[in-house]
Structure formats: C-alpha cells, structure tokens
Design a protein around this ligand. Structure first.
Ligand code: ADP
Ligand code: MG
Length: 249
C-alpha cells in the first residue's frame, strides 16, 4: 500500500514554507500567537491576500477586533487592494467587531452580538456557499475568549469553529494575543484546538526590538525548532529562514 502523503498549501509568507516542509497541511488550522504589535494580523492577511492573488484561493477573514475599514486601510501600505478582491469574490470579511461595541455596520457580512458560535458558523457556511473559499482567518480567538471567559468553554467553542473550518475544506489561521513573551496562548487552551502553533516574538534586546518567528508545534511536519528573524517590509512579512536569533527569551 502506498504511503499517503499530505497535501501542502503555500503560506504566501516569504521564507516561511522553507521552515515546515513546504507549507501548511491543507484543511487544518493553525494558531498564530504573539503580543500586541507582533505582526499577527499582517501574517494572517498576507496568507489570504497572497493566497488569492498568487494561488487563486478565495479567503474568509473574520474580524473580531479591528473594524474592516481599518483593516483595508492598514494593508493598503503594502499595496494590497483588499476591496478589489472583495469585489471579485476572492475575499469576504465578516465584521464581528462593530456589533460587539454597539455600532451599526455597513459591511456585507456582519456577525451579531453577543458572541454566538452557531451564528458565526452559519455566517461562515453562507459565505462558503457564495465564494468556495479555501483559506480562512479568525482574528482573533482572544476577543472571543473574553466574551466567554471560561477556559473549558472557550476550548469547546474554538474546537467547534476549527472543526467547521476543516470540514468546509478550509486551511485556516486563528490568531491569539498573549500578554507576555514566552506565553503560547491567552487562556491556555487555544493551542489544543489547532494542528500547529506559530509564535511571533517582538522582543527588546538592548536598544532595539527584534522580530522573530518560531514554529512551536506542527503536527505531521518536520519543522524548524529555531527562532528565525523576520521583517515587515513594504510588501509584507519576509522570514529569514537561513538566519537564527539567539538568546531571545
Ligand atoms: N508598512 C509597514 N512597514 C513596516 N512595519 C509595519 C508596517 N505596517 C505595520 N507595521 C508594523 O506592524 C505592527 C502591527 O502589526 P499587526 O499585524 O497589526 O500586529 P498584531 O496583530 O500582532 O497586534 C505595527 O505596530 C508596525 O510595527
Ligand atoms: Mg491584530
């Protein structure tokens, strides 16, 4: 019997796929963790943007933290025309942030308050029927966690979301905001519902802050266990896969 090989999906993050056997395993979900400003949202959006532009993969972005209009503006710096992708049905943004703070939303896809997994999942299924996405992002699990608070319930709800994404044929990134370098997740459970965990470090050493990336866990993959420096350039994140950062933590 032939050994079954897994199908990989290019991340769209320059240098990253070299660290993990050619990319993400398809139809699985990955956690991207880091402190505020570490680059999680940019990493996740680049996965969707490059996925759509370079690999013709439609994507879904679930925004629980930032308002979609800010997301579009923030990445215009990188020359990423999000609105164009939305018009072409290559990207759908779910506004799960405006309702939360009681603001009306002019977005096409809006998730209601208070947070309800069923309603989010229904929303994702509806979008999926419309655009047949192959990539998805939930940015972030932390905002959802704060609406639930109970870690074992957070774990169950995130597992439902991650499993739904997998069943729908989506390869996905879930982001997680940690309070301190060295932490893997905020509520201690987010990393249990995903197949892999990527840590983005943004650590001060003497008078400079250095960005680095670490693959903490990736099931089914022979991955680097080192800290690799990365830059946020005018074109997005570039990981220096041949270089290492020492004594970060
Ligand atoms: N065009 C750019 N060039 C270089 N760095 C940028 C650019 N845009 C944003 N950044 C950096 O990225 C950070 C925000 O990244 P983001 O992905 O939003 O962080 P997180 O989601 O982890 O909080 C900013 O604080 C800034 O340091
Ligand atoms: Mg963010």
């Amino acid at each position: 019997m032939a050994v079954k090989t897994v199908e990989r999906m290019k991340s769209g993050i320059e240098g990253f796929d070299d660290l993990c056997g050619g990319g993400f395993i398809r139809n699985r979900s990955y956690l991207v963790s880091g402190t505020s400003g570490a680059g999680k949202t940019i990493f996740a959006l680049q996965f969707l943007y490059r996925g759509a532009v370079d690999y013709e993969d439609p994507g879904i972005f679930i925004a629980t933290e930032e308002r979609p209009e800010h997301i579009r503006e923030n990445v215009a710096n990188f020359g990423w025309d999000i609105e164009k992708l939305e018009e072409e049905n290559m990207l759908a943004i779910v506004d799960a942030s405006s309702a939360k703070i009681g603001l009306p939303s002019e977005e096409k896809f809006v998730d209601v308050r208070p947070f309800d997994t069923r309603s989010l999942i229904d929303n994702i299924i509806t979008i999926q029927e419309e655009i047949s996405a192959r990539r998805a992002v939930l940015d972030s699990t932390t905002a959802i966690g704060f609406q639930i608070m109970n870690p074992s319930k957070i774990r169950v709800e995130l597992l439902k979301i991650a499993t739904t994404l997998e069943v729908l044929g989506l390869t996905s990134i879930l982001t997680c905001e940690v309070v301190d370098e060295g932490h893997i997740s905020r509520f201690g459970v987010e990393n249990f519902v995903t197949e892999g965990t990527i840590l983005l470090h943004y650590k001060r050493t003497e008078n400079v802050r250095v960005r680095s990336l670490e693959i903490f866990k990736m099931r089914g993959t022979n991955h680097s266990t080192k800290l690799h420096p990365f830059d946020i350039t005018n074109e997005g994140i570039v990981v220096h896969s041949q270089e290492e950062v020492y004594s970060m933590i």
